[in-house]
Design a protein around this ligand. Sequence first.
Ligand SMILES: Cc1ncc(COP(=O)(O)O)c(C=O)c1O
Length: 373
Amino acid sequence: MSGLENFLTQKIARRTEEGLLRKLTTSQNLIDFSSNDYLGLARSEDLFNAISRKMDSLPLKRNGATGSRLLSGNSLYAETLEKKLAEFFRSETALLFNSGYAANQAVLSSIPQKDDTILYDELAHACIKDGARLSLATRHPFRHNDLHDLEKKIKRIKSGKIFIAVESIYSMDGDECPLQELTTLAEKYDAAVILDEAHSTGVAGSDGSGSAIAQGLEKKIDIRIHTFGKALGIHGACVAGSTALVQYLMNFARPFIYTTALPPHSLVSIDCALDHLKNNPGLQQMLRGKIAMFLKHVDFSNRVVSKSAIQTAIFPGNDAARQAASSLQQHGFDVRPILSPTVPRNSERLRICLHSFNRDEDIVNLAEALKRC
Ligand SMILES: Cc1ncc(COP(=O)(O)O)c(C=O)c1O
């Protein structure tokens, strides 16, 4: 066995021994309580057909973007779509990215400079942490949603710009960032706020334009990242902000510069998903009804308090979380365990995602089954 094979095999064997080995699985036709398809757009036949019709109507039949946006990969369609996104997200302008991961990484790795400091919530998504790690700035986590801890850390900073990176709805706990108080604190110290709206895009507010807009804070947040792979049911992301911000990213953000742009099918999908949101204004309310139904019936002490579509039950230890998920799967529910190291040790959990399309009786039955886990 070569040195490399030996190294790979040993690492995998160690993971297996620790019960931490990640594996790909496919869905078993169970009732979906695990996907991020909160509004059912990924499975919407209407949206599927709208995308097909729009693809057919494109004057230029192209399969791929053919290059980076800065070379052959740009199009009038992409620029028009960005204007539409900026209008929807009420920002001066918007810039498309190939994924939420790339957008967060682009912002965090390219904007904060050597003398600056990034303060990020300890439960922030891996792409925020990875972006911060790529930056030359100093970086520190602050305790989850703890603004006292954040202020304590801000006070220690002697020079340079301060960046605060948070999520509007946290991907693993489903709880919300206290955005009003956070923006007040940021203003006090002239800190820039980077808000990842991955799990609020499509869901928060009456039209799904996100938490910042729902709370009237869009002007107080310097950088917003909206992703399309969750409630919009498709793929891709955009950064919404000022013209200077977008121009800066085009010039300095490596995940924008050095990658092939989104293909036409993705652009059309984003365009049609936005239209679908606008044409179906009851979706957010429907989802809120399903969340209320779950909260009315659920009764377990190990629940993380959350009012969002992401509900969490903690089962410390990978085996316990796996066992709980397996028992729910045997009852027909697609609920997945989230294991360490994805979440910190002893906070292993079931992550239950509610959807506008979940049937009331399935929600009630899941809540009952959870009591027996
Ligand atoms: C909070 C958060 N930000 C960003 C991302 C990455 O988005 P994408 O899946 O579009 O790369 C995710 C995906 O899991 C997420 O949960």
